[in-house]
Each structure stands twice: as C-alpha cells, then as structure tokens.
Ligand binder design. Structure first.
Ligand code: FAD
Length: 405
C-alpha cells in the first residue's frame, strides 16, 4: 500500500489512540499529531483526581452501552472492535497494570495518571509518530480529495486523511470550524454537575454521605440510585451526577431550576414501611423516636428529617400515632428539594452534544459528509455517566478511526 500522510488533530486520549492505531494498522503511513496547547493528554493527567479512571469493568458490551445517555447502543460496533477488556489488555501489555475498585472503576495500579501518559507518549515515540504541540488547527480546506490543514501559527500542510479528536466544548462556537465541514452540531450543554440548593436548610448538614438513596427529578422519568453527599452548596455524589448526566439537556432547558424528590432509604413499599414503623412503635412504646434511628441513617440527618416530619425531639413511639407515621414515611421516601443552579463537579465533567452521530459511520468512525475525515472522542455527541466510560469511548473510537476503514 502506498504510504500516506495522516493528520490527527487533538492530543487527548482519542487523539493518541487514533495515532497509535493508524501505525498498528498501516505501519508505512506517516502520522502527525497536532495539539493546540503546549500540553499533551492534559485531561488524562487530572482525571480521577490524578489517578486516571481509565475505564470501567463491565460484564458485556450491552451493559457498557447502558452507561452512555448519548451514544448508547450506537457504540456497540466500536466496542465490539475495541472493548474495555481490550483497553485493559492494551495497557497491561505495555507495562501499565490496572486494578478494579469495588464500584467497577479501573485505575492504573500505580494510582498515577502519569504512568498512563508515559506509556502513550513512549509508544508514539517508538512508532515514529510526529507530535507537534502549540499547533492549533484553524480550518481544513478540501483540495482534490486531500485536506489542507491551516494552523494558527505555521504554514498549511496537505494530508491524505484527517482524524479529528479535539474533544468537547461547552460553547457551540467551539464547533464552528467543524460546522464549516458540513456537519451538524447537537447544541452542547454541560453534563456531570452537582445540584445547588441555596434556599434549602439541608446544606447545614454538609459532609454527610448516605449510601443507598434514590432520587427522582420532578416532571420527568429521570430516576437514579446510589450514594448521595450533602455539600455546603447543595447535593453531590454518584446519585446526583448520574441524574445530571441523564437529564443534561432537560435540566439545561429548565435553566437548572427544578425540584427533586429524595428517597433516603431507597424503599418504595410504603405499606411495608408502615408495618415496620408501627411494629417498632408497638414493641418500644416508651423509647424516644429521635434516639431510635431505625434505618441507620446518619444521626444528624435522622434528626433533620424528624423535624421536617414534625416529630418532636422528645416524642416517644407510643405518642406518634398512625398519621404521623405516614408523614414520617413520606419524608423518608419523597423528600422534596428545590434546585437552583449547578456546580461543575471537580473530578469530572463532559459535554453533552457535539457532532451528530447520524452523520458518522459508526463501523469505522468516518464522516458521511466529508471524504477522508474521521472523528473520535468527546467531539462527538457521545458522553457517559462517571466511572471511566468517557475515556473508554475515546480509546475505542480512536482505535477504530485509526484503522482508516
Ligand atoms: C477534570 C476532568 C476529569 C475527568 N476524569 C475522567 C475520568 O476519570 N474518567 C473518564 O472516563 N473521563 C473523565 N473525564 C472525561 C474525559 O477526560 C474526556 O471524556 C476525554 O478526555 C475525552 O477525550 P478526547 O481526546 O476526546 O478530548 P480531550 O481530552 O479534551 O482532548 C482534546 C485535545 O484537543 C486539543 N484541541 C482542541 N482544539 C484543537 C485544535 N483546533 N487544534 C489542535 N488541537 C486542539 C485540546 O487542547 C485537547 O488537548 C474527565 C474530564 C475532566 C474535565
């Protein structure tokens, strides 16, 4: 095969994997990777609190796809070509062993994102990939089926094929140069954020974490389960971040003004709960309700919820009555809060939106709109809940794009 000149635009996870995959599948091609800033793999470096949550353990491809509110089943074809298991093998075969945490998140055993970065950069060096930092691509010009790349600070260069991996952007302006190629951009909005509750007294319980909760966003079908963290500005934790991911677009449309219902004990069978509380009241009539935190909630939260349910601090179980038991159950299972605004989660945030997947051949990540152009990573309308899935989409997409199929 005649050696070709291939450009990769963007030096993040998807860009590196695209470049390495081109060399794996087409060893004679000359590969150039252009990064606009002076830093390579900057998100890999800060991800997972500096540990890099590289991927997520998953039994099968279907459950992997379930983690992507944008992308979903359309990702099947790239995951069949390069899965989370392939990610694990790829890094382990190159001297970066991985470990799986209790919740399925996978990290390098070193707990250092630096080991992932070193591995990717040294592989590029070994394979002769030319990396150029401070080379922002401003535009692409089509010249007889090839692409002339225009840079911000150097002369244009012509390439046979281009893989674009410039990541997400919270503003649609960031996608303008891609729109000029004829692609439609699904309007970008942030995903993975925490909820602000400036008017709610619960924030005085900041620092309290509750293991098994579920939440529901009012007026929607969005329901999530998991642990919840009360913060000084509102609520965070996996159950909230997952809801922000599922509801990224809806919540943006609501201008981040909405109500949520919290089930603090993740139990919806209210008759069963009534039976449980009633039985407890009958067998412990003279005990103080405030001292009998029967659902093992954090004590300060139990007191807060009792006050909300109008159960006084010195009330005993034989004084509560059936009506108050019902009210307490309602507070425990349908506790209502007003959300007003969002705060970006410090560990991880992604863009919901980007290039419309209908315009991409998901078998090979090739543009259906422009010839010899491929895309991978967060620039596409693909994003997931937290846990390593966003990187997995970047590794898989990059690997498949690099085949230049
Ligand atoms: C703080 C933080 C923590 C995260 N932690 C995790 C985690 O632990 N696990 C997980 O799965 N996901 C995590 N994510 C999400 C994950 O980092 C991204 O989904 C992933 O990095 C996307 O990879 P990418 O290569 O598509 O884009 P990026 O990593 O954003 O890389 C794009 C690159 O392209 C460059 N670029 C942009 N425009 C141009 C241009 N015109 N010319 C040349 N270069 C350009 C950019 O400077 C950038 O270096 C985190 C995100 C953040 C912000």
């Amino acid at each position: 095969m005649i050696p070709k000149q291939i450009a990769i635009v963007g030096g993040g996870a998807a860009g590196f994997f695209s470049a390495l995959s081109v060399k794996e599948h087409h060893p004679n091609h000359k590969v150039f990777l252009f990064e606009k800033t002076s830093k390579l793999l900057s998100k890999v470096k800060i991800s997972g609190g500096g540990r890099c949550n590289i991927t997520h353990y998953s039994e099968d491809i279907n459950s992997l796809c379930d983690a992507y509110p944008r992308g979903g089943k359309k990702l099947k074809s790239i995951f069949y070509q390069f899965s989370n298991i392939d990610t694990q093998n790829w890094f382990e075969n190159r001297g970066v062993p991985l470990k799986t945490e209790y919740d399925g998140r996978m990290f390098p055993v070193s707990d250092q994102s630096e080991s992932v970065i070193k591995c990717l950069i040294s592989e590029c060096e070994r394979l002769g990939i030319e990396i150029q930092v401070n080379h922002g691509v401003n535009s692409l010009e089509n010249t007889s089926d090839k692409w002339k790349l225009h840079f911000s600070n150097s002369k244009p260069i012509i390439f046979d094929s281009v893989i674009i991996t410039t990541g997400g952007s919270p503003k649609s302006k960031g996608f303008d140069w891609i729109s000029n190629l004829g692609h439609n951009i699904i309007f970008p909005v942030p995903s993975l954020f925490t909820f602000n509750m400036p008017n709610e007294l619960i924030t005085k319980l900041m620092g309290i974490a509750v293991e098994n909760t579920s939440i529901k966003i009012e007026g929607s079908k969005i329901k999530t389960q998991g642990s919840l963290l009360i913060t000084h500005w509102g609520m965070s934790g996996p159950v909230i971040l997952k809801a922000s991911s599922l509801g990224a677009r809806l919540l943006s449309e609501k201008n981040y003004q909405f109500e949520i219902f919290i089930n603090w004990i993740d139990e919806t069978n209210t008759e069963l709960l009534f039976q449980k509380l009633n039985d407890f009241a009958n067998s412990h009539p003279s005990k103080l309700i405030s001292r009998n935190n029967i659902f093992s909630l954090p004590n300060r939260l139990w007191s807060f919820l009792l006050e909300k349910a109008e159960v006084s601090h010195d009330q005993k179980w034989n004084e509560i009555g059936k009506k108050s038991i019902r009210k307490l159950i309602e507070t425990l299972t349908q506790d209502n809060y007003e959300v007003s605004g969002k705060t970006t989660f410090k560990e991880e945030f992604v863009t919901c939106g980007g290039i419309n997947l209908d315009e991409i051949d998901m078998q090979n990540m090739k543009s259906k709109v422009s010839s010899n152009i491929y895309f991978a990573g967060e620039i596409l309308n693909i994003d997931a809940i937290t846990g390593g899935y966003n990187f997995q989409a970047a590794w898989s997409g990059g690997y498949v794009a690099g085949k230049l199929g």
